[in-house]
Design a protein around this ligand. Structure first.
Ligand code: ATP
Ligand code: MG
Length: 496
């Protein structure tokens, strides 16, 4: 790709970007939220038409007028926002958009299921039933289905936009193993991730985007110092560190108290307490019950046993209203489906849980709504700094910031954070960590779920390790290390 430009109304998303990818290599794209990574690969996928620039494919100039045209050449893309059809089965999704075979038939029914099963096995996920509805699968499994779809074509270049964002360490290992297999077969991979350690493990070369330009092309992925990469991305020296913990452990009565909480088949006997000013982290694999626990605390799922109190007052089980009234806020994992109003402005997305505060005698004070929302988005450096931008047009990381800005504005007592930094770039991550710590210092109780063990250990005061729906260990974060947590998570013996 050379000199690629692409503008959206009011935004120059790509401003003359070059990218060259060789057969059998993993070429990583790095850049802050909104830098233009997804836009660049959508041009490569034929999903966006560039305003200018050229694309050369195996020595020939090509124009990729549609996703089908790109696919025909052997370019497959796994998007950041998975584009699966929830109401269709796994097999139907895998073969969606396939052209009829030479005999004039689209792969169908039993054949489709058999072929899908072969692909899923190749991806190390034989347990996914091709006949199941995609909507019933976990985020990690949906990702695998999306990958199976890419492989169902004769693929020469596979583009992955933050494929590991929804995966836990074990799943990520599996993904990186697949990437290794693909490149060994001569397939080229374009890999987008905000996790530098992954880029080191899997990448050959790195191209860094900043504000729609490539500020570095084809750097060696393994030997480039982290500091320099981050400086290229952000244009400044970012301290890649976590905020300081309070000197003494928090005293005072717990704000949130959970006793014997259980949901059949998901988790059991969960006891935990979070004091004002405290950040408690839940570590565990996908499927260990982490998100289910948060959603149950929030009232979105009804527990089969147990008690939740906020400031000593019991919550009504299975009632979101009761949880929100008591001062609970949840920033959910699946932000697009669960939290965002995609067709509304940034302002409305941020203010939606606080609208009554901006009502004056039945009228909505829009100026005050905008001002307050903007204060909240600015504290998270949400880009673009435009309160009227539609959330649909924000980059993935900035959408996440919009959800967090909402809870900042609401000012709750207990903040439940499910994968708060998923898709957030390294520069903004440091800012986000500081914001979360500041909220705690202001007296909030924070319960944090993250698949990134270093994040839980760096940010939380205390850590509970979950395995198969049970708390197998609880300790101050300073007494644990990554190795120990991963051991516990994978085969931990109950210590309580
Ligand atoms: N459909 C659209 N309409 C308007 N603006 C858009 C649209 N798609 C992207 N943009 C803008 O283009 C810029 C680049 O966005 P892009 O999604 O490519 O960023 P990104 O590098 O993938 O970021 P992230 O790491 O957050 O996923 C952003 O300013 C974004 O708001
Ligand atoms: Mg993106």
């Amino acid at each position: 790709m050379s000199g690629i430009t692409k503008s959206f109304p009011g935004v120059r998303a790509l401003d003359g970007v070059d990218l060259d990818v060789q057969a059998g290599e993993v070429h990583c794209l790095l850049g802050q939220n909104g830098a233009g990574k997804s836009t660049l690969i959508k041009v490569l996928a034929g999903a966006h038409q560039p305003d200018g620039g050229e694309i050369t494919w195996r020595g020939e100039p090509v124009s990729l007028r549609s996703p089908i045209a790109a696919m025909r050449l052997g370019i497959a893309t796994i998007y950041q926002e998975l584009d699966l059809v929830e109401g269709l089965s796994v097999a139907e999704n895998v073969f969606l958009g396939h052209e009829p075979t030479t005999a004039g038939f689209v792969v169908r029914g039993r054949d489709a299921r058999r072929e899908a099963a072969v692909l899923l096995r190749r991806l190390g996920h034989a347990e996914i039933d091709p006949a199941r509805h995609v909507g019933d699968l976990s985020a990690a499994q949906q990702q695998i289905v999306s990958m199976a779809r890419a492989l169902s074509h004769d693929v020469r270049l596979i583009v992955m936009d933050e494929p590991s964002a929804a995966l836990d360490p074990e799943e990520t290992d599996n993904l990186l193993r697949i990437v290794g297999q693909l490149t060994a077969d001569g397939v080229a991979v374009v890999y987008i991730s905000h996790r530098l350690e992954e880029i080191r493990r899997v990448g050959d070369r790195v191209t860094v985007l900043k504000d729609g330009r490539a500020v570095a092309n084809g750097l060696p992925a393994k030997s480039m110092p982290t500091r320099e990469i981050v400086a290229l991305m952000t244009g400044r020296d970012v301290e890649y560190v976590f905020p300081r913990r309070p000197a003494a452990p928090r005293s005072g009565d717990p704000v949130l108290r959970v006793e014997g909480l259980a949901r059949d088949g998901e988790f059991a006997a969960v006891d935990l307490e979070v004091r004002p000013g405290e950040i408690v982290g839940l570590a565990g694999l996908v499927g260990s019950g982490r998100s289910e626990i948060l959603e149950t605390l929030y009232g979105a799922r009804k527990p089969t046993a147990g008690r939740v109190t906020v400031d000593g007052r019991p919550l009504k089980p299975g009632s979101v209203r009761s949880a929100v009234r008591a001062g609970m806020g949840l920033a959910p994992e699946e932000r697009k489906a669960q939290a965002l109003l995609m067709l509304e402005s940034v302002t409305r997305n941020v203010s939606v849980s606080t609208l009554t505060r901006f009502s004056r005698a039945g009228w909505l004070d829009r100026r005050e709504e905008r001002r307050a929302a903007r204060e909240s988005t600015r504290s998270l450096s949400l880009r673009p700094d435009n309160p009227d931008a539609l959330v649909r047009t924000l980059s993935g990381g900035n959408q996440q910031k919009a959800v967090l800005a909402r809870w900042l504005l609401r000012g709750c007592r207990v903040l439940l954070l499910d994968e708060p930094t998923r898709g957030v770039d390294v520069g903004a991550r440091a800012e986000l960590y500081a914001v979360i710590r500041r909220l705690a210092d202001d007296g909030l109780a924070v319960l944090l779920v993250s698949s990134e063990v270093p994040e839980v250990l760096g940010l939380a005061d205390r850590v509970l390790v979950l395995r198969e729906g049970r708390v197998v260990h609880a300790a101050p974060a300073t007494e644990l290390d990554e190795h120990r947590v991963l051991d516990l998570v994978m085969e931990g013996s109950p210590s309580r």
